[in-house]
Design a protein around this ligand. Sequence first.
Ligand code: ASP
Length: 335
Amino acid sequence: MCLAASSLTTMAVAQTNVQNKIAIAIHGGAGTITRANLTEEQEAAYKNAISAALDLGYAQLKAGNDGLDAIEAAIVYLEDSPLFNAGIGAVYTYDGMHELDASVMRGDTLQAGAISSVTNVKNPIKAARLVLENSVHVMLSGKGAEQFADEQGLVPVDNSVFNTQRRLEALQRAKKRIDENENKNAFLDNAEFNDFKFGTVGVVVLDANGNIAAGTSTGGMTAKRYGRVGDSPIIGAGTYADNRSCAVSATGHGEYFIRYNVAADICARMKYQGLSLETAANTVIHGVLLPAGGDGGVIAIDAAGNIAMPFNSEGMYRGSIDTNGNKTVLIYKDE
Ligand code: ASP
């Protein structure tokens, strides 16, 4: 009797959840991205990459696969592209290395996985997902995270795999600024510093089971020191997902996103204040973060498939495929 009742309940839940509405949004970083700063070729390259990542993620959703499959497919593509500050093309630390952060969260179970400061994991988003699925922990860092990834079958790579000339030159410029400054840490709080971190990537999805999820991957900030960890791997700051409110992936000056707990704050405003996704996301990005001095933006989705992509910087590489299948890929503020 009990069993019958419980399988009926399960069926009912399954039926309510089975729906075909799917949607995806992607960001490729925010900052001083203006028409004057990008050539036509660069603009096309970024748009093509965001578009290709959207297609990869969307194909997973269309096949009825789990939202995490879509997030992984899209983020792996962006991590492998030298255009973005994640995986290959990640920014350099002060010491000339790459230390990568990533996280992923699902909105149905609130399970989350994150890794920080890894140096030899080619696709950090895969490691973050493995933490979510195969570990009793939520966040692993440094050597331990690398050992876990290795044990999980992710073949370690040499840190130089992530090298690119463009990011090396950015490091050289950043170090010059730091070394010229009497207070060696002041640069980190300087508006100019915002130009040294473009290209964190993030994905949010609504899958065919009605579940929302979010993932983020980054190399952090150029010339970061002392094991600095940004918001991207911090659940609540750079990534959050809860089916009862929204799924969010952030990009911007991580120190602010951590202090203002940006991703979770957007979801909390929906949950406790009953705000729409758009109002909640806009309020936090323009009403809270901007006055505090934090630059950046988010992509966010709710369980109905509404999408919001607010940012308070000049531009944010971003795109979406909505529940009607309409695709948009944008870069600048005035688009
Ligand atoms: N939020 C990232 C960090 O602070 C950087 C970025 O999104 O551009 O590490």
